[in-house]
Design a binder for this molecule. Structure first.
Ligand SMILES: *Cc1c(COP(=O)(O)O)cnc(C)c1O
Ligand code: SF4
Length: 338
């Protein structure tokens, strides 16, 4: 437990701890992670090193894992597995063809009216199924050039009404960087909406601090925050508080998930996730079929089973709690519904 000092309690809901400190304290050693969840006897089954994609998981997220359970749905998302080393046909490095959609430094423009800025190359958690695990996003960040080239490019395209911040994780940027972007956006009258895709409100909810909420709340734009949670166990009271703060700042809060074998590929788990999200004031948006990235084949759920799962959800939940099942296909004009 973190004990808040009186000074940290200026507003009642403000997180007590500094998120950058918590970021630095993340677990990066697989053997330590196993130790923390009481599974040290499994250390011999770890792959050698992390094959270019380091383990990283904030301690608050580790605390939500079930102790002593090697099938824990949170643990499975972050623990390196020997299966990642298998070469599986069809699973490639650039699974969604992002390089082809790159328009300027850190700008991806694939869909009408929406431009995506790769704002940051880093994440607070490294998810083993991530399509970015082999992608040189480190060099692609729009923020590194203080947004100039990216914003200049957008200025020339009046069709773009929505700017999407993605990454990596855009909330890994200091709030001062986001403020810089916000000032740049004032020169783009065609942009009426800012969307932020982030896993931080879930894995490091302390990020949603007063300074960030102050910035977000004051932005003269429509605001959407798309979280990324895959299992109900990822949500606890600290995530509820972060979501409440986002909504109080005027953001519509949605969630996208990835369908992952062994993590959330059963109707009960998906229904519970939708219910739990709604309890936090969050609507399910997308359920993604896995991008076929090298090293993630062991997470794949085939399309027939995926469709059956969504059918099962539709039979038991209100329509607004059933996420859209989609796959990302390079060259398409939108995410492709299954
Ligand atoms: C997914 C994605 C979007 C957003 O698509 P929506 O269907 O509006 O959520 C925009 N740009 C890129 C490059 C994307 O990959
Ligand atoms: S981009 Fe999202 S899915 Fe990928 S490692 Fe970062 S937080 Fe995880």
């Amino acid at each position: 437990m973190i004990t808040a000092s009186p000074a940290a309690r200026i507003t009642p809901d403000a997180p007590a701890a500094d998120w950058r400190q918590l970021w630095r304290e993340a677990v990066t050693d697989a053997a330590e992670l196993l130790q923390l969840v009481g599974l040290q006897h499994l250390a011999g089954e770890l792959p050698p090193a992390d094959a270019g994609f380091q383990l990283r998981v904030p301690r608050g997220f580790v605390a939500r894992m079930r102790h002593g359970d090697p099938r824990d749905p949170l643990l499975l998302q972050v623990l390196p597995q020997l299966a990642e080393l298998d070469e599986v046909p069809g699973f490639v490095a650039d699974a969604v063809g992002d390089m082809a959609a790159r328009e300027a430094r850190g700008v991806l423009h694939k869909y009408h009216g929406r431009a995506l800025l790769i704002a940051s190359g880093s994440c607070a958690v490294n998810c083993r199924y991530c399509f970015r695990r082999h992608f040189p996003y480190g060099e692609e960040m729009a923020a590194s050039g203080q947004w100039k080239q990216a914003l200049e490019h957008l200025r020339q395209d009046p069709s773009i009404s929505e700017l999407i911040l993605s990454g990596g994780d855009p909330l890994s940027l200091a709030t001062s960087k986001l403020e810089e972007l916000g000032r740049g956006l004032a020169d783009l009258p065609q942009v009426i909406r800012l969307r932020i895709h982030s896993r931080l409100p879930v894995v490091l909810p302390e990020r949603i601090d007063d300074a960030f909420i102050g910035w977000l709340g004051a932005l003269p734009l429509q605001k959407v925050v798309v979280l990324h949670a895959n299992h109900a166990n990822e949500l606890d009271a600290s995530v509820d508080a972060a979501c409440a703060r986002l909504r109080a700042a005027g953001a519509t809060v949605l969630n996208q998930s990835v369908l992952l074998r062994g993590v959330n590929d059963d109707a009960d788990a998906l229904a519970e996730l939708s219910e739990r999200l709604f309890a936090a004031g969050v609507l399910p948006y997308y359920l993604h079929q896995l991008d076929r990235v090298q090293g993630a084949a062991h997470f794949e759920v085939d399309d027939r089973r995926a469709l059956a799962l969504v059918e099962a959800l539709r039979a038991r939940l209100p329509g607004y709690l059933v996420p859209r099942l989609v796959r990302e296909v390079g060259g398409d004009a939108s995410k492709r519904p299954l």
